[in-house]
Design a protein around this ligand. Structure first.
Ligand SMILES: [Zn+2]
Length: 440
């Protein structure tokens, strides 16, 4: 059994968690109906009133909200409290389309930081630790979230922000940092820089909390080795407060969702139907305690699996898998959901890089899928036999992962067409047929 930041909540029996969620949901629905015109109109359109929601069993009656809705309501359309009660805003980077701006009351900040403090404790941190936060500070939620969590825990908090690797390593040595918080790609970069300088033995790191990006188990293994730490995943979205919506415990097998603040559902991304526990689908969150920016049934577009299997850490909160892909990237081939990220996982496991191209087609009314994979420049197949053997191995592993036959061709480096330096991953020729049908 581990230690907890809020033991009474984190180990609460499941039935009690559900009861707590039901009570808070009822209150929250009343709050948004009374205070946010957008929700009032949506619910009225669907013929749902707050009194129709008596617990989590009624959640499915509520409308979904999407990122497009957030953009349409920018900036103040979804604000659930008087502006005087807002003490903070954070924002997404806004690389595609309009920014998403999220608002916080004092209590909203408190619950967010509590969630981050739970994540730190789950990674073994206490008030004796020195927590080096090298997520970006500012509008981005990464720095503020982990900083607040570390402060709440009473750890010594180093607000390094991102970049300036020399200074990061210097402080890490001088102040004997024990916990590192940053993106997994920066952790990997720090690992390389530390190896170049040959200073790993002078460090005191024991754990790292890495999020805000997708990363693989291979990457985890490499980071753990390079920094001599245990590496923990953390998940969150600016729209749903920031990092700490869920986090890994010492089991490193899925992330516990803070169920006293968030209700998670998995839906079929095409039909919106709620799927039973254990099925793969789009993750949807309902915030039941946040007041300033209270999203109900927010579609994250992340494809995940939920599990209520008992965890050896003693936490009872439901676990979510790492996002397995984005619902916008999902293809249905031969009736099976296929995500490019699944293909990538198989390639990385077999020692290739993610330089590949999938071609999906339809032949005699049946789907076909083929994958060109570049071999690494330092590891070309020696002859045709070896090439065939290596292709067969990938076909077999892909079949194991996806359950369908993928034709694999190993090709020379730089063969797969690039767009802005990145391989063009998917060509779906079936769309041509569908588009031409529409054209006629
Ligand atoms: Zn656990």
């Amino acid at each position: 059994m581990g230690s907890y930041f809020n033991p009474e909540i984190e180990t609460m029996p499941v039935e009690e968690i559900k009861k707590l969620q039901s009570e808070r949901l009822k209150e929250q629905v009343r709050h948004v109906y009374d205070n946010v015109e957008f929700y009032r109109e949506r619910m009225n359109d669907m013929g749902v009133k707050p009194e129709d929601i008596n617990g989590i069993e009624d959640l499915h009656k509520l409308p979904f909200i999407t990122k497009d809705d957030l953009r349409d309501q920018y900036p103040y359309g979804l604000l659930g409290v008087d502006r005087r009660d807002v003490v903070r805003i954070q924002s997404t980077s806004g690389t595609t389309g309009r920014r998403v701006v999220s608002f916080y009351t004092e209590d909203d900040i408190d619950l967010w930081e509590t969630c981050c403090a739970r994540a730190l404790v789950a990674a073994g941190a206490t008030n004796k630790d020195v927590v080096q936060v090298c997520y970006g500070y500012g509008l981005f939620t990464g720095g503020a979230g982990l900083h607040g969590g570390s402060h709440k825990l009473g750890s010594m908090t180093l607000p390094m922000s991102s970049g300036n690797t020399d200074r990061q390593i210097q402080f890490m040595q001088d102040l004997q940092s024990t916990v590192l918080c940053c993106t997994p790609s920066y952790a990997a970069y720090l690992g390389e820089s530390i190896a170049e300088r040959g200073v790993l033995d002078s460090l005191h790191l024991k754990a790292g909390i890495f999020g805000a990006e997708a990363w693989t188990e291979e990457m985890r293994h490499n980071i753990e080795k390079a920094l001599n730490i245990k590496a923990y995943d953390i998940y969150g979205l600016t729209e749903i407060s920031g990092p700490g919506v869920s986090f890994e415990c010492e089991e490193q097998a899925g992330m516990h969702i803070n169920e006293d603040h968030f209700i998670a559902e998995i839906i079929n991304p095409v039909t919106g139907e709620v799927l039973p526990e254990g099925e793969k689908g789009e993750l949807v969150f309902t915030c039941i305690t946040k007041k300033a920016f209270p999203l109900l049934r927010y579609r994250t577009r992340d494809i995940c699996v939920l599990s209520r299997k008992k965890c050896s850490c003693g936490r009872t909160h439901i676990r979510m898998s790492k996002p397995l892909g984005r619902s916008d990237d999902m293809m249905v081939v031969k009736g099976v959901n296929v995500f490019p990220s699944q293909i990538e996982a198989v390639l990385l496991k077999n020692g290739y890089e993610a330089n590949y191209q999938l071609v999906v087609d339809r032949v005699n009314n049946s789907d076909t899928i083929a994958c060109d994979v570049e071999w690494l420049p330092n590891n070309p197949p020696k002859n045709a036999d070896e090439q065939a053997r290596r292709e067969k191995k990938l076909v077999s592993d892909l079949k194991g992962m996806l359950g369908i036959l993928v034709k694999v061709n190993l090709v020379a480096p730089k063969t797969v067409p690039r767009s802005e330096g990145k391989a063009v991953r998917v060509i779906d020729n079936r769309k041509l047929y569908e588009d031409s049908k529409i054209g006629k």
